[in-house]
Design a protein around this ligand. Structure first.
Ligand SMILES: Cc1cc2nc3c(=O)[nH]c(=O)nc-3n(C[C@H](O)[C@H](O)[C@H](O)COP(=O)(O)OP(=O)(O)OC[C@H]3O[C@@H](n4cnc5c(N)ncnc54)[C@H](O)[C@@H]3O)c2cc1C
Length: 461
């Protein structure tokens, strides 16, 4: 607080009730985190928890007048440090800005405040026979605002796409405190160009997203789930390719490598044939030709095929996939979690390259992901206190990102750039391309107070 020439507590107390302004040391520490374990943390100066759009507007106006950074935050489940303050300032935590404002069964739409937990939206719209398809694994502990800011992907990406495919309108506040409504939330509806798509995946750097209009689908009912163990990565890649070419697409198509399954087994026991080296979780939400699927599995050396015949068996198969995150902490205290994406046809090459790097640097690298759309979560498990490990990770990461781009992929499939990947962005984009993003940022946020230090590399300034 002392770093600014103003008393933030008193200043913000004029626009937000005092019980929703946090500044105790323990609060500052808690809000200096997200799920990214590899970036240096700095404390915010203060946390504001708004419940009304006017409180957000007035906070931004005060911050722009006094040149104080404002960092929008959902639930801090981000994996790239996007909600971590780089230069101190105000954390604008949207956790209590969380009402579902409308569900229109006939139009199949919903309008929500940005702090609603994504799973709450899913459950609520289900009651109306409707379905919100994007399904990040973090849907129970991330907000829809955070999902839009990152265009979160998830398990259903192959068939249904990511968050951006379902956002049809936004309300947002720019760096001057001006409120804008786009698409479905604006009576004019069409804007030229459509600002909705500029705000999606802006990672909290262009403004604060306050309301979101979502497109919904009819609820799916015929769910069939399989867990398949195969002999090697080539078999897995072959099955993935064949399933993608069928008329009925799987709604979920996840791949898990052997090292990851070994990690899960230390945390949760379940039977897998000892000689299997790759695993697939496959789900359909339409009627399927089961015979044909089984033919594809056995033609590709499936060693075990488990099908869920009821909801509790389905939950059991899913619990294997969901055990990945908690089981990783049994391997090492720290992880570099990279969410690269490569064309599906190059997935096998990438996974083999990761195995090669793991041997080359003697690092534990665990890979799994949404194979259906080429999204891979590459987890390098280390102890950050070990300097030698850190140096090896640095080299391995450089090779991973170079190889990803060589294979026609991208640095981030869904977790965004934030703080952790910002230095690497120049590997993927030209200076000219990044300059457009910088100009856009300056236009939306002329005082440079909205989530400064994120996404665009420092070198650009
Ligand atoms: C175990 C685990 C599993 C995960 N699985 C997936 C997955 O399957 N798919 C996936 O895509 N991601 C996944 N993630 C990453 C993360 O959950 C997503 O990025 C999520 O969208 C972040 O939402 P949040 O509310 O926690 O946002 P935060 O972490 O609080 O913020 C993320 C970014 O969004 C900005 N932001 C947040 N709210 C707003 C707002 N209202 N307006 C403007 N900017 C805002 C922040 O400034 C920050 O830059 C996972 C994370 C964990 C820990």
């Amino acid at each position: 607080v002392k770093e600014y020439s103003v008393d933030l507590k008193n200043l913000l107390g004029r626009v937000v009730p005092k019980d929703r302004i946090l500044y105790k040391p323990e609060d500052l520490i808690c809000y200096s985190y997200d799920a990214c374990t590899v970036v240096d943390r700095k404390l915010p100066d203060i946390i504001v928890v708004p419940q009304k759009v006017e409180e957000i507007v007035e906070t931004i106006k005060l911050a722009s007048k006094h040149n104080i950074p404002v960092i929008p935050r959902g639930l801090g489940s981000g994996c790239t440090g996007g909600a971590i303050p780089v230069y101190g300032g105000i954390i604008l935590s949207l956790e209590k800005y969380n009402k579902i404002l409308a569900i229109n069964q006939e139009e199949m739409t919903a309008v929500v405040e940005s702090g609603v937990v994504t799973e709450d939206i899913k459950e609520e719209v289900n009651k109306y026979g409707l379905f919100y398809p994007p399904d990040p694994s973090s849907s129970k502990f991330s907000t829809i605002g955070g999902n839009v800011a990152e265009s979160a992907g998830g398990l259903r990406g192959l068939k249904y796409g990511t968050t951006k495919e379902y956002v049809i309108g936004l309300e947002f506040i720019d760096g001057k405190g001006d409120v804008y409504r786009t698409g479905y939330l604006n009576s004019a509806e069409n804007m030229y160009p459509d600002l909705t798509n500029i705000l999606i995946r802006s990672e909290g750097t262009l403004g604060i997203i306050t309301k979101i209009a979502l497109r919904l689908l009819k609820l799916r009912e015929n769910i069939t789930t399989f867990f398949v163990c195969v002999k090697d990565l080539s078999n897995a890649a072959q099955i993935i390719g064949e399933l993608r070419r069928l008329e009925t697409l799987p709604s979920v198509l996840e791949i898990i490598d052997k090292t990851t399954i070994d990690a899960i087994l230390t945390y949760k026991k379940f039977p897998v044939p000892a000689e299997s080296r790759a695993f697939l979780l496959i789900e359909y939400d339409m009627r399927i030709d089961e015979k044909n699927l089984k033919k594809i599995f056995s033609a590709n050396e499936a060693l075990m095929v488990k099908k869920a015949d009821n909801e509790s068996e389905r939950e059991y198969l899913w619990s294997i996939r969901k055990a990945i995150s908690p089981s990783l902490v049994t391997i090492a205290p720290d992880k570099f979690n990279e969410d690269i994406v490569v064309p599906v046809s190059r997935l096998k090459e990438m996974l083999e390259f990761l195995e090669f790097l793991s041997n080359k640097y003697k690092l534990k690298i665990l890979s799994y992901g949404h194979a259906g759309d080429g999204n891979l979560h590459v987890n390098i498990m280390i102890n950050k206190k070990n300097k030698e490990d850190l140096e090896k990770v640095e080299k391995a990461l450089d090779e991973i990102f170079d190889r990803t781009i060589e294979l026609g992929g991208s640095l981030s499939g869904e977790h965004g750039i934030g703080l952790a990947k910002s230095p690497f962005l120049i590997k993927e984009f030209t200076f000219k391309e990044l300059s457009i993003s910088k100009k856009l940022k300056e236009y939306f946020d002329p005082y440079g107070i909205i989530n400064p230090g994120k996404v665009l590399p420092e070198k650009l300034n």
